[in-house]
Write a protein that binds this ligand. Structure first.
Ligand code: AMP
Ligand code: MG
Length: 302
């Protein structure tokens, strides 16, 4: 199906991806169409190993090689200069290319079997919650003709995106690869896109990763007036108010929390709550990716 230009959803260790042949412009357009993704938001291309990644880049620096050796397969996406084999539509017209080798046996076997790079954003409608179970894909994108079911995603949050196209390199999106591990290999890393270069991080629109319910963040969820309609609580250390209906509890550590965050929000959406009161996650770098996703899920479209 992938060779024929169809889309196929597949599991990775981060979230489920909606894959298509990255070398086919028509196949890649199907991804944008199905997701309703703005054409300005570029896609990550998945490859089976570092050599396949290098072959798609126009420049493969020592830095790229060192990071690939250290973290691939794994939840790190590297943005490098784009080579000619990948059409511009994949990168929303940018001269760059985002690459990753996923650490999931099904994804790796698929990439090896199909023998083509696969463009694969998260398998959800644009701005909605990312899927961490095959079931989430089936419910969110019923028109996808094939979903490979690899069970629940181990990490549950999107990859960390680093641009190697700037000097020094920049973190474009915090994600599943902890920053302290990345920093140990890349001490010169700067946080956030280059000031005044908005096109460098197009996916970072304020509203993203959002459930249907309205999200309210508070350090003291029990004290919040949630307003009308059914209410859910997403808690970590605090107690719900007395008589609270729907309560989801997440682990206290950032990795455990991230792993179940989207699944918990999907469950709350399923339960039909109108508002979710979320206990604010802690400060500090270890919680940066979780704070980023919750912040985007909270912001309203302008
Ligand atoms: P998704 O696969 O849906 O999690 O989104 C892909 C993420 O990778 C978005 O945040 C994009 O902005 C980012 N991305 C993909 N390609 C590029 C690129 N060429 N330059 C910068 N960021 C990119
Ligand atoms: Mg996404």
């Amino acid at each position: 199906m992938l060779r024929a230009g169809e889309v196929v959803a597949f599991p990775t260790e981060t979230v489920y991806g909606l894959g298509a042949d990255a070398t086919s412009e028509a196949a890649v357009r199907r991804i944008y169409e199905i997701k309703g993704r703005p054409p300005s938001n570029p896609l990550i291309v998945h490859v089976p190993d570092a050599r396949a990644g290098q072959a798609l880049a126009m420049v493969w620096s020592d830095q790229a090689e060192a990071l690939a050796q250290r973290f691939w397969p794994g939840p790190l996406t590297l943005v490098v200069p784009r080579g000619a084999r990948i059409p511009a539509v994949v990168s929303a017209g940018l001269p760059t290319l985002a690459l990753r080798v996923p650490a999931h046996p099904v994804a790796l076997r698929l990439l090896q079997a199909v023998d083509r790079p696969l463009a694969a954003p998260s398998a959800n409608r644009s701005e909605h919650l990312s899927p961490t179970r095959a079931e989430h894909v089936r419910q969110g994108l019923p028109e996808v003709p094939l979903i490979l079911d690899g069970g629940p995603c181990r990490l549950g949050i999107e990859s960390t995106v680093v641009s190697l196209c700037t000097c020094p390199p920049r973190l474009l999106r915090p994600g599943a690869l902890p920053l302290r591990l990345l920093r140990a290999c890349l001490p010169e890393l700067q946080l956030g896109p280059e000031p005044g270069a908005p096109a460098a991080s197009p996916g970072l629109s304020p509203r993203h990763y959002a459930p249907r319910a309205r999200l309210l963040l508070s350090a003291e969820p029990a004290a919040v007036d949630p307003g009308p309609g059914p209410v859910g609580y997403l808690l970590r250390t605090t107690s719900p108010p007395r008589g609270a209906g729907r309560v989801e509890r997440l682990p206290e550590d950032p990795e455990g929390y991230a792993a179940d965050l989207y699944a918990a929000l999907h469950r709350l959406d399923e339960a039909g709550v109108h508002t979710v009161v979320v206990e604010s996650p802690p400060e500090g770098e270890a919680w940066m990716a979780v704070r980023d996703r919750l912040g985007r899920a909270c912001s309203r479209a302008p």
